[in-house]
Design a protein around this ligand. Structure first.
Ligand code: HEM
Length: 145
């Protein structure tokens, strides 16, 4: 089950990126972005739930690393710090921005600040995704590749 969830967490990244880009585009050109924004909202919250489960339950790189090695050791090593802190923390901020952006847009029906919040979320997600080319923490583009 844990492997399946990690695979889902991996794939949902693409759903988030595509719907985030589409929503930003539609909001900037003043098209109806409610559907793409809703898919983005659902995909990011599912990713958050799976991420929290991985972080606290299934992964040795999340909270367990802090429990066993200690905060000082985790913070002192770039790979441990990425998984124990940076990835989870930054992605949670990105998902909060998506949540605020989606709710504001849904309630007002106007773009308002939403495209800006989405752009910020996009930057955070791009920076903290374990892309295959990222030294030490790289993971596959798709599960098993
Ligand atoms: C937009 C949000 C997120 C994206 C795009 C994302 C993306 C990814 C990707 C691509 C992987 C590698 C999957 C693989 O090895 O096939 C990963 C792993 C992981 N993510 Fe996320 N993630 C997000 C949010 C989160 C959050 C909020 C948490 C924790 C609260 C989290 C915790 C983890 C953990 C612990 C792993 C590694 C598990 C392991 O290999 O032991 N992620 N994430």
């Amino acid at each position: 089950m844990n492997t399946g969830l990690l695979h889902l967490h991996n794939i949902l990244r693409w759903v988030i990126l595509i719907t985030l880009l589409l929503s930003i585009y539609k909001l900037f050109v003043k098209q109806d972005a409610l559907k793409t924004s809703k898919i983005l909202f659902i995909a990011s919250h599912t990713t958050l739930l799976i991420g929290l489960y991985q972080y606290f339950v299934s992964s040795l790189l999340g909270f367990k690393a802090i429990q066993t090695a200690g905060m000082k050791t985790v913070m002192g090593d770039s790979v441990s710090r990425f998984w124990g802190m940076e990835h989870a923390f930054t992605m949670i901020i990105a998902i909060i921005l998506i949540t605020i952006g989606h709710i504001r847009y849904k309630k007002s029906g106007k773009a308002g600040l939403t495209p800006v919040l989405y752009l910020l979320a996009l930057v955070f997600i791009l920076l903290m995704t374990p892309w295959p080319f990222k030294a030490g923490v790289g993971r596959p583009w798709f599960p098993g590749m």
